[in-house]
Design a protein around this ligand. Structure first.
Ligand code: FAD
Ligand code: NAD
Length: 479
């Protein structure tokens, strides 16, 4: 007779493993089912985020950024580094070590918190029943009072560019190149395209990005998006907007990509092609037919604001449900759901989820941008401050970018914060807290910031909302 649990979580990505740990911490007998087979042929925890997503990409972004600094920027500071070169294989090995340590760490956290790890493929059979099939094909059925589906997502593939191992790859393949491609094509100038395109551009690839939309980063405040586009172009990323890919052909070690843009039909040849045009929910087979868990037309599991599915006692979180595909969104949903299962009141503020693109400089935002606020009919006032006027940014050799605050014109409440600049991903936490606590721009303006810090730009942007920035000629009249 298989064990009975209070909670069974299917999937050990940042949604599932966090849900399982929280549930166990709250005294619930918890199991977490995972099927991901790691490089060593064994089941590993951590999902997309730890294995092929957030963490490995950031390891490569950090290494490639340090390479650029050592090669081009140290000299300015008087550092004579000599001839700087990059050992790509060593960079990759470091990335793999980080992944191994972190995924192993999750298994350690499961043990420490009393979560039972079950290796295999989970399927919700009915209310309270999960079947797990192990690597040898043996199926076991477990009972649980509550079930959490955290099955994640996989890359979208498009017919014009079928994958070809090592040559036409998705984001997972792009994290495994063992040498720097000379000509790199990237389909999609979204988050993954910009991050992985940056990595290989920094290491010497000629990177061309083909983006179907006419607008660059439309979810970001237009002023910030425009500045980002300019900065990335200066770094050498050739971002072609309004470029619709129509086909591709592998010719030996090269791939020829056909696309149309405003000028007509075009063709480019690359040594490697990364296809990163979005991700889709990975829900195939995770629920038995007729079990009563409804999916929407795009394959997402349908949930309410508290992640309840249509089947009582079954929750779903993270990339396999509506909302932004972000690790921290998945984790917060995991915590909320565990709290609800344990009988606590819990909810999430979906309006205060930060987004970060880890280019250099980083792009980070939370809440509304100016154009969307106006489109909603909200009258806004804004304040912006350029890092060019920040003493710390000068000291850091990072004067590019700006911080911008969008506030309600009538109430002064902060509606959004958008930043492009070094460490924007760290600074955006201030915007998240402002939104969570319903702060006014004046609250931020009246807050004492440490000097010299990059965050002072947020302070100055808050002051600038009323035309009172100290280290900038204000365009608005002082009251
Ligand atoms: P996943 O992490 O996908 O985990 C789902 C898990 O469920 C997997 O381990 C899978 O094997 C398992 N599973 C699925 N079905 C079953 C089954 N039937 N039985 C057992 N197990 C199952 N987000 C950020 O916030 N910041 C970033 O910097 C960032 N960078 C990224 C970079 C890249 C290259 C990519 C691809 C993604 C990145 N993301 C980032 C997105 C982030 O990885 C996802 O939003 C996050 O992993 C979603 O978490 P999840 O738990 O919902 O799903
Ligand atoms: P994305 O949605 O960010 O970008 C995909 C881009 O591809 C879009 O700009 C889209 O217009 C374009 N596109 C779609 N079809 C196309 C086509 N046929 N030809 C040319 N362009 C096309 O998706 P992504 O970059 O693949 O990333 C997937 C998800 O992973 C993101 O939405 C994000 O949630 C998550 N992620 C987050 C981070 C982070 O937080 N730093 C990093 C990587 C990934």
């Amino acid at each position: 007779m298989a064990d009975k649990f209070d909670v069974i979580v299917i999937g050990a990505g940042p949604g599932g493993y966090v849900a399982a740990i929280r549930a166990a911490q709250l005294g619930l007998k918890t199991a977490c089912v995972e099927k991901w087979i790691g490089k060593e042929g064994k089941v590993v925890h951590g999902g997309t985020c730890l294995n092929v997503g957030c963490i490995p990409s950031k390891a490569l972004l950090e290494a490639s950024h340090k390479f650029v600094e050592a090669k081009h920027d140290f000299d300015d500071m008087g550092i004579q580094a000599g001839d700087v070169s990059m050992d790509v294989k060593k960079m990759m090995a470091r990335k793999d070590t980080i992944v191994k340590n972190l995924t192993g760490g999750i298994s350690g956290l499961f043990k420490a918190n009393g979560v039972t790890a079950i290796d295999g493929t989970g399927k919700v059979l009915s209310k309270g029943q999960v079947e797990v099939t192990d690597q040898d094909g043996k199926a076991t059925t477990y009972d649980a009072d509550s079930i959490v589906i955290a099955a994640g997502s996989v890359p979208v593939e498009i017919p014009p560019t079928p994958l070809k191992e090592g040559l036409v790859v998705d984001s997972t393949g792009a994290l495994e190149f063992q040498e720097t491609p000379k000509r790199l094509g990237v389909i999609g100038a979204g988050v993954i395209g910009l991050e992985l395109g940056s990595v290989w551009n920094r290491l010497g690839s000629e990177v061309t990005m083909l983006e179907a939309m006419d607008d660059f980063l439309p979810m970001v405040d237009t002023a910030i998006a425009k500045e980002t586009q300019k900065l990335l172009k200066k770094q050498g990323l050739d971002i072609k907007l309004g470029a619709r890919v129509t086909g591709s052909e592998v010719k030996g070690e090269e791939v020829v990509v056909k696309y149309t843009d405003a000028k007509g039909e075009q063709e480019m040849t690359f040594d490697k092609l990364i296809v990163c045009v979005g991700r889709k929910p990975y829900t195939k087979g995770v629920v038995a037919d007729g079990a009563g868990v409804e999916l929407d037309e795009r394959g997402f599991i349908q949930v309410d604001d508290q992640c309840r599915t249509s089947l009582p006692g079954v929750f779903a979180i993270g990339d396999c449900v509506r909302g932004q595909m972000l690790a921290h969104k998945a984790s917060e949903e995991g915590i909320m759901v565990a709290d609800i299962i344990a009988g606590h009141k819990a909810e999430m503020n979906y309006d205060a989820i930060p987004c970060v693109i880890y280019t250099f400089p980083e792009v980070a935002w939370v809440g509304l941008n100016e154009q969307d606020a106006k489109a909603k009919g909200i009258e806004v006032k804004t304040g912006a401050f350029p890092f060019a006027a920040s003493g710390r940014a000068m000291a850091n050799n990072a004067t590019e970018g700006q911080a911008k605050i969008i506030a309600d014109a009538e109430t002064d409440r902060v509606l959004g914060m958008h930043i492009v600049g070094q460490h924007a991903g760290e600074m955006i936490a201030q915007g998240v807290i402002a939104l969570e606590f319903g702060s006014s721009a004046e609250d931020l303006a009246l807050t004492c910031y440490a000097h010299p810090t990059m965050s002072e730009a947020v302070h100055e942007a808050a002051l600038a909302v009323e035309g009172h920035a100290i280290h900038m000629a204000n365009r608005k009249k002082k009251k």
